[in-house]
Design a protein around this ligand. Structure first.
Ligand code: F0G
Length: 469
């Protein structure tokens, strides 16, 4: 160890490494050219419809794709599968209360289960929900509950080139305008996500959440967090915001949550498990309502649609994701991939976010009409080149406006390459970067896609396309 350090210092280079080693592996291999072509055709040029066996490096999502630790796997044997009052529920409740600080917990099968409950309980028909850029399932549940989502994120979030360190921040003037125009009574709550998935995994600053809280207090408006990737958000606060550098991630998460009235979370992301979610509030009456609803839609209030063993793994995942060395390597791996692409001049969303590298499809294909789905095209090209699977995050994901029925035209037209946690090595990142480079070099040949099947809800999951070439 001491030798290694000396050598490192001699070369002026000090690397980080993951604070874990690999105990079990899952074999993967790449289909040949013809195999990948066949798979893509069968999937209607939608990476969501590919069989995972056809994929070589799977960067579709960081959701539920994490590798659990040996402690978590061992904990699965400690599942108490009682229908009511499982001991794993109480362990989870205690852990969530300790790390996130909320009073009441409702477990749910995953994030959208929690989004469904909070939206139905806290939104009245005709109310608006201001938030820092939409997320697909979050906004849909708000709409299904009779609400209208209004984006109040800062303008920089819509500009892939802006280097703003906290592109997830709410624009306080925009929020204040919405509250004044609509009236505080017509605001269901402010919906604040850290980090912001659709903006490129961009963080919210502590200063911003504090200011949003103060604004909400002045108008008597509630503030709920989407805590799906809040531990990753805390890393950026530690790195970029004065006063937080020497504070542990856990302390930062707790301080952030203390500004809110409650939160929902998909534990499948920075919570380091494969399934599960939760919803927390501080208000007892609202909790009562949520607890009444959870038994209808998810399961009893002490399991919420997840097995006892999974609640145990969730509790351990919370502790593990707050480990500062782990988080450094997590964000470090995302940056490692991004930095290679930047060096080659490939357009990606700046600055690099917490869970993914986002390719700017309009930078790849500046002359392709939006109607030909540049990001969907780029995701398909990448799979065809090397079996690397990413996800469209552009016009297809944005869907149609429920009032006009017309396609939404988001400013960002991106392909997300999302990194599962503790799953791939830096060598996989090298292969991925080289595959992207190959597609970049051939960018002049792309013609685009046309949509030939469009589902009613969350169309990006199941839509089908045909190539225009
Ligand atoms: N909120 C955010 C910010 C998310 O990214 C997701 C899921 C959810 C809520 C919903 O949680 O999937 O457990 O029901 N995002 C996944 C993704 C699907 O790939 O980004 P869920």
């Amino acid at each position: 160890m001491s030798n290694m350090k000396t050598t490192g210092q001699q070369h002026g280079r000090r690397s980080w490494a993951e604070p874990w080693k690999i105990k079990m592996v899952e074999p993967i291999d790449m289909l040949d050219d013809e195999g990948r072509r066949g798979a893509m055709e069968e999937a209607g040029y939608n990476t969501f419809l590919l069989r995972s066996d056809a994929v070589y490096i799977d960067l579709l999502t960081d959701s539920g794709t994490n590798a659990m630790s040996d402690r978590q796997w061992a904990a699965l044997m400690m599942g108490d599968e009682a229908y009511a009052g499982s001991r794993n529920y109480y362990r989870l409740e205690e852990t969530v209360q300790k790390f996130y600080g909320y009073r009441y917990l409702v477990p749910t099968h995953q994030g959208r289960g929690a989004e469904h409950l909070i939206s139905q309980a806290a939104i009245k028909e005709g109310q608006v929900v201001p938030g820092n850029m939409y997320f697909t399932t979050t906004r849909l549940h708000q709409e299904l509950a009779g609400g209208t989502f209004i984006d109040v994120i800062i303008d920089e979030a819509h500009d892939p080139k802006s280097e703003h360190p906290f592109k997830g921040n709410i624009d306080l003037a925009k929020l204040e305008r919405v509250i004044e125009e609509r009236g505080a009574g017509n605001i269901a709550y402010v919906s604040l996500a850290g980090t912001v998935n659709m903006a490129g995994g961009q963080p919210v600053s502590m200063e911003n959440v504090k200011a949003v809280r103060e604004l909400c207090n002045r108008h008597g408006v509630k503030l709920y967090l989407d805590a799906t990737r809040l531990a990753e958000n805390a890393y950026f606060i530690k790195e970029r915001e004065p006063g937080w550098r020497d504070r542990p991630i856990a302390e930062i998460v707790r301080a952030f949550c203390d500004y809110s009235d409650g939160a929902w979370k998909s534990s499948k992301k920075d919570g380091l498990v494969n399934i599960g979610g939760w919803l927390c509030v501080n208000d007892f009456e609202l909790f009562e309502e949520l607890r009444n609803m959870v038994v209808v839609y998810e399961g009893l209030h002490t399991y919420g649609g997840i097995a006892g063993r999974d609640m145990e793994a969730m509790a351990i995942g919370i502790e593990e994701c707050m480990n500062d060395d782990y988080m450094h390597s997590r964000i470090g791996q995302v940056r490692y991939l991004a930095d290679m692409l930047l060096e080659w001049g490939i357009p990606i969303v700046r600055p690099t976010g917490g869970h993914a590298v986002f390719l700017d499809a309009l930078g790849f294909y500046p002359d392709m009409p939006r109607e030909c789905y540049p990001a969907q095209t780029l995701a398909a090209k990448l799979f065809l080149d090397s079996g690397v699977r990413g996800m469209e995050r552009g016009a297809v994901s944005a869907g149609r406006d429920p009032e006009t029925g017309l396609d939404r035209k988001p400013a960002l037209e991106l392909v997300r390459l999302t990194l599962p946690r503790r799953v791939y090595t830096q060598a996989h990142m090298d292969v991925t970067a080289e595959a992207i480079k190959a597609v970049w070099d051939k960018r002049g040949e792309a013609k685009g896609l046309k949509m030939v099947y469009e589902p009613r809800y969350l169309r990006f999951f199941q839509a089908r396309f045909e190539p225009l070439e």
